[in-house]
Write a protein that binds this ligand. Structure first.
Ligand SMILES: NC(=O)c1ccc[n+]([C@@H]2O[C@H](COP(=O)([O-])OP(=O)(O)OC[C@H]3O[C@@H](n4cnc5c(N)ncnc54)[C@H](OP(=O)(O)O)[C@@H]3O)[C@@H](O)[C@H]2O)c1
Length: 354
C-alpha cells in the first residue's frame, strides 16, 4: 500500500494506526456520550488515505461512523472503515450504522471489539451478508482499556463502572492528625484528577468528606476555569449538609443510603455509566467490601505523615487471609507523585457478589 506522502506502509500498520486515531477520537468525547458508548471511527479511501475521523456525539446525535462518513463524503466509496466498537445494526434514536456504511460503499470494516449489547450486536454479520469484508479484534486489548472500558463493564454487569481514586502519603494516610489534608499530592496529580473528573459521568463522596472538606467536586483547569463537561455530583449518607455548603445545590444528587448497590442502581437509572468514587475512607471501604470497586487509581505522594486518618477504613478485612490484593495495570510518575493504576482480581469481585 502506498501512503499519502508516497511512503510504503504495510496494510496492517496502516489499519493499526487508523485504529489508534479512532481511539484518540473517542477519547475526545469520553464523558459526554453516556449512556451511549464513546466510539471512534476513521474512514480510509480506496487508496488507504484517511478521509474521515469522528466520534460519538452526545445522546440523540450521530454515531462515530456517521460523523466519519460525512467527512469522507464520496471518497468513502470502495474504502475502509476502522471502528473501535462493532457498528450497530438496530434502530435506536438513530438509524443503523451498518446501513450507512453499506450505502456509502465501504468494502472493508475493521472492528476492535464486538458489541456485547444484545440489542445492538450483529453488525458484523449484517455487513458480511452485504458483501463487506469484516475483521474483529484489531488492537482489542488497547481499545478495551480505553474510553470504552466503563461502558463495556456496564453492559456486561448491568452496573456502572466504579473507579476509586485516592490521594495518600507513602504511609497510606489521607490527612494529618489534625484533619488537614490539602494538599498531599502535587499540582500535576491534582490537574490529572480534574481531567479525570471531566471524563466521568458522576463523582461520588460520602457525607463525611462533604462535611469535613466542603468540596466543589467540579472539573477545573489550573486557572480555576471549569471544563466544558461537568459530571453529576453525588453525596452518599443520611446526614444533611449545611445550607450554603458547596454540595447543598439543586443539581447535586444526595443518596440517603449505606448500600453501594442502591447507590449504583440510582445512578444507573440516571444513565450513569462511569463513576469516580473520591472517598472518603469509609465510603470507599464499603464499596470495596461489597466488591463494587472496578479500578483503583492511587496517587501516592513521597511524603510521610505518621499519624492521621488512613486513606481506607474498614473494607471487610478482619484477617490477613482476607487481604484485598490488586492486579497492577500501570505504575507511572505524575509530577512529584506516583500513580498506581490497579484493579481487583476476579476473585475479589466474586467475593463481593456473594
Ligand atoms: N485523600 C483522599 O483521597 C481523601 C478523599 C476523600 C476524603 N478524604 C478525607 O476523609 C475524611 C472523611 O472521612 P469519612 O470516612 O468520614 O468520609 P466518607 O467516607 O466520605 O463519609 C463517611 C460517611 O459516608 C456515609 N456512608 C454511606 N455509605 C456508608 C457505608 N456503607 N458505611 C459507612 N458510611 C457510609 C455515612 O454517612 P451518614 O453518617 O451521613 O449516613 C458516613 O458517615 C476527610 O478528612 C477527608 O479530607 C480524603
Amino acid at each position: 500500500m502506498i501512503g499519502a506522502a508516497g511512503e510504503n506502509v504495510p496494510a496492517d500498520a496502516r489499519i493499526e494506526a487508523a485504529m489508534r486515531r479512532a481511539l484518540q477520537a473517542s477519547a475526545q468525547v469520553h464523558g459526554i456520550t453516556s449512556p451511549n458508548p464513546p466510539v471512534g471511527c476513521v474512514v480510509l479511501d480506496a487508496a488507504g488515505e484517511v478521509v474521515g475521523a469522528g466520534a460519538t456525539a452526545p445522546p440523540g446525535g450521530p454515531h462515530a461512523e456517521i460523523v466519519a462518513l460525512r467527512q469522507a463524503g464520496d471518497r468513502a466509496a470502495g474504502g475502509t472503515a476502522v471502528v473501535t466498537l462493532e457498528p450497530c445494526s438496530h434502530f435506536g434514536r438513530t438509524p443503523p450504522c451498518t446501513d450507512a456504511l453499506i450505502a456509502a460503499g465501504i468494502t472493508t470494516v475493521h472492528v476492535a471489539l464486538p458489541d456485547p449489547n444484545p440489542i445492538a450486536s450483529g453488525g458484523a454479520t449484517v455487513l458480511r451478508d452485504a458483501g463487506v469484508a469484516v475483521t474483529v479484534g484489531t488492537l482489542a486489548g488497547e481499545v478495551a482499556r480505553g474510553p470504552l472500558r466503563a461502558w463495556l463493564h456496564a453492559v456486561r454487569t448491568a452496573r456502572p463502572h466504579v473507579t476509586w481514586k485516592l490521594a495518600a502519603s507513602l504511609d497510606g494516610r489521607s490527612a494529618a492528625a489534625d484533619g488537614t489534608s490539602r494538599w498531599i499530592t502535587g499540582p500535576d496529580a491534582r490537574a490529572q484528577v480534574h481531567a479525570l473528573r471531566a471524563t466521568a459521568d458522576a463523582i461520588v463522596v460520602g457525607t463525611g468528606t462533604a462535611l469535613a472538606d466542603d468540596p466543589a467536586l467540579t472539573a477545573r483547569n489550573a486557572d480555576g476555569t471549569a471544563w466544558a463537561h461537568q459530571p453529576l455530583r453525588v453525596v452518599v449518607g443520611h446526614r444533611d449538609l449545611p445550607a450554603g455548603s458547596k454540595l447543598d445545590a439543586p443539581d447535586v444528587l444526595h443518596v440517603r443510603s449505606h448500600d453501594p448497590d442502591t447507590v449504583l442502581a440510582v445512578l444507573r437509572e440516571r444513565g450513569v455509566v462511569d463513576v469516580l468514587l473520591e472517598g472518603g475512607p469509609r465510603l470507599a471501604g464499603a464499596f470495596l467490601a461489597a466488591g463494587r470497586v472496578d479500578r483503583v487509581l492511587a496517587y501516592l505522594a513521597p511524603a510521610l505523615l505518621g499519624a492521621g486518618p488512613a486513606a481506607l477504613a474498614d473494607a471487610g478485612v478482619g484477617t490477613i487471609g482476607d487481604i484485598r490484593r490488586l492486579h497492577v495495570d500501570t505504575v507511572c510518575r505524575v509530577g512529584t507523585d506516583v500513580l498506581i493504576d490497579a484493579r481487583p482480581g476476579a476473585e475479589l469481585l466474586e467475593k463481593g457478589t456473594q
